[in-house]
Design a protein around this ligand. Structure first.
Ligand code: ZN
Ligand code: FE
Ligand code: FE
Ligand code: ZN
Length: 307
């Protein structure tokens, strides 16, 4: 085939010929992004029904939306997750969004807190619904100590407490990956949320997680949520992303939206970052099975958020 046209279309539409050499055209949406990390009011700190997230995703030019509210626990645990008895309502909301959105894919996910000692519960949770994917997160590094909780901020200003927090966080993050419970691993360096980091080269903290990802084949999240936090940076740091790319670790770009207007927030910046590191593909999930799709070359800058 000779290249008759100067430029391949950014987003091939259904039935359109894919002109990129060596790239199989997967049909409509194959060169678009998705957003798999979003929350609903069931977790008591987010707004917007699944249908509103889906509509926002479609309007932002995304190929798919996924809901991933904070996982229920067997008994009362904290005040920022769905109650166990609300799970049926969550499933129903997502189903209603699916019905209303026609052929626009609405995926069912869950953001699960990795807590050592809760592994049987997480295994049970994995059987509770026909999940399209499960996201694993480390927020808690000790009883009642979540790294993203401003309540403990003054403590992290102390260098030795901060060093302990980072060590503990990354130890749990690597353990979470090794558990093989999750498809996507969320906001990798959440420990930097408040902009506080130990001194020196931070790659020593990332190594074990990169090794675990390479060994298990699971995906790392590139989250624009950090741009809306004090640190004003994407999770993870560029250095970690470079290590991930070198180790062949797949990535998924997500917003971690807690309101529909943040769906796809700052995707242009995230896409530019991952492409500059070398990434040319991302993953889509359905029924906990994944397929690789090409990344778009650019993304419109319209969908940016304000903190
Ligand atoms: Zn949340
Ligand atoms: Fe989280
Ligand atoms: Fe989240
Ligand atoms: Zn999150």
């Amino acid at each position: 085939m000779t290249m008759a046209r100067a430029r391949a279309p950014e987003i091939p539409q259904a039935g359109e010929q894919c002109l990129l050499a060596g790239m199989r055209c997967l049909g409509q949406g194959s060169r678009m992004l998705s957003d798999y990390h979003t929350h609903t009011p069931l977790c008591h700190h987010a707004e917007g029904a699944p249908l509103e997230y889906a509509q926002a995703a479609k309007a932002a030019g995304l190929a798919e939306i996924g809901l991933s509210d904070h996982n229920p626990m067997p008994e009362a645990f904290d005040d920022w997750r769905m109650a166990r008895e609300d799970l049926p309502r969550y499933l129903q909301w997502v189903e209603e969004a699916r019905q209303a959105m026609g052929d626009f894919p609405v995926r069912l996910g869950l953001e699960c807190d990795y807590l050592s000692g809760h592994l049987p519960w997480l295994e049970q949770t994995a059987q509770m619904a026909p999940w399209d994917y499960l996201i694993g997160s480390v927020h808690y590094i000790d009883d009642g100590v979540a790294v993203d909780d401003p309540k403990h901020l003054s403590r992290w200003r102390n260098a030795s407490d901060l060093a302990w927090m980072w060590e503990r966080y990354w130890q749990l993050y690597a353990e979470m990956i090794q558990s093989r419970l999750f498809d996507i691993h969320a906001h990798p360096d959440l420990a930097k949320r408040f902009g506080l980091r130990p001194a020196g080269d931070l790659r020593r903290f990332y190594e074990a997680s990169i090794e675990a990802l390479a060994a298990t084949g699971a995906a790392l999240e590139v989250s624009t949520a950090g741009l809306r936090k004090d640190v004003r940076e994407i999770y993870p740091a560029r250095e970690m992303l470079e290590m991930a790319f070198a180790a062949g670790v797949p990535i998924v770009i997500n917003s971690d939206a807690h309101r529909p207007q943040d769906v796809g927030a700052d995707y242009a910046q995230a896409l530019a970052l991952v492409r500059s590191v070398g990434y040319r593909s991302t993953l889509r999930f359905e029924g906990r099975r994944r397929r690789e799709v090409p990344l778009p070359e650019t993304w419109p800058t319209a969908a940016t958020s304000t903190p």
